[in-house]
Design a binder for this molecule. Structure first.
Ligand code: HEM
Ligand code: HEM
Length: 219
């Protein structure tokens, strides 16, 4: 197994890299966008699971299009983070790039635990109760606990950073940003998209905890 991984190291790194953008990155932005409906009203938020429930073959889309590719990025990511060398990036990218590289790996490992727990805490519950899934009441019940609110705020922040800085790494790795100028642009675009996800994610938390309508829920 080890020999197989080492023989195909280049391809594995490329596969891991693309899976970070599609589906993981695309999912992240979409997920934050849909969750931000909690900042509109509980009814608007309920539209999200009610619509999802109507998608035919949802289980196949979720398993084949989301969970398996995400799992591949996550498992390969943990493997890269644990076994990868730190020598290369420090020479090429300098101090800031090297710190970014370490943060990418640390956030990756934390995200592995966070996403796994989060899916059990949300998606799995939805699967259990089916059409009765009251998304606002469920999420409100979780994040009105201060510890969970902080955990979710940090969860979104880590995913946003990992994604934003990941776009910059991706552009460099695939040869789309070889000059200094294009690297600056990809860093700005990456961090901009990460920031967009962060704002939408934190807006969701505002809608779930601090809005007018959050007060009418038990918590
Ligand atoms: C404000 C923060 C967040 C809230 C309120 C939230 C809420 C939810 C909810 C309610 C579900 C269940 C959806 C359903 O079955 O109908 C879900 C699923 C999921 N969440 Fe989150 N989430 C948040 C942040 C994140 C982050 C940062 C990630 C990591 C990228 C993430 C990854 C997932 C995944 C992989 C699923 C399962 C796939 C799916 O059902 O769409 N979530 N989330
Ligand atoms: C679930 C746990 C996750 C783990 C264990 C993980 C792990 C990693 C690691 C270790 C890297 C750096 C690879 C390297 O040094 O070359 C990385 C890069 C990346 N990750 Fe993740 N990640 C996870 C979740 C996510 C999420 C939620 C997203 C998107 C929102 C994402 C998007 C990316 C992108 C775009 C890159 C850059 C790819 C490249 O360097 O070419 N990852 N990931």
């Amino acid at each position: 197994m080890k020999a197989l991984m080492e023989k195909n190291y280049f391809l594995i790194r490329r596969l891991h890299s693309i899976l970070g953008i599609i589906p993981f990155g695309a999912f992240f932005l979409m997920h934050m966008f849909l969750n931000s409906r909690a900042a509109q009203s509980p009814e608007q938020y309920q539209w999200v699971p009610d619509t999802l429930d109507q998608v035919p073959y949802l289980w196949a889309i979720e398993i084949g299009g989301l969970f398996l590719p995400m799992l591949a990025h996550a498992v390969l990511g943990v493997w890269i983070a644990v076994t990868g060398d730190y020598g290369g990036p420090s020479k090429v990218k300098g101090f800031a790039g090297n710190i970014g590289y370490i943060i990418q790996r640390v956030t990756g490992i934390i995200l592995f635990v966070a996403v796994t727990y989060h899916v059990i805490q949300t998606w799995w519950v939805h699967k259990q109760v089916g059409h009765d899934f009251d998304i606002y009441a469920h999420m409100n019940g979780i994040v009105t606990e201060p510890v969970w609110l902080v955990a979710y705020a940090l969860f979104v922040l880590m995913a946003a950073w990992h994604f934003g800085f990941g776009i910059y790494n991706f552009m460099y790795r695939w040869g789309f940003a070889s000059s200094r100028g294009s690297q600056k642009i990809s860093l700005a675009v990456g961090l901009g998209l990460g920031m967009l996800g962060l704002i939408m994610g934190w807006a969701s938390l505002w809608g779930l905890v601090f809005s007018e309508w959050a007060k009418t829920y038990g918590g």
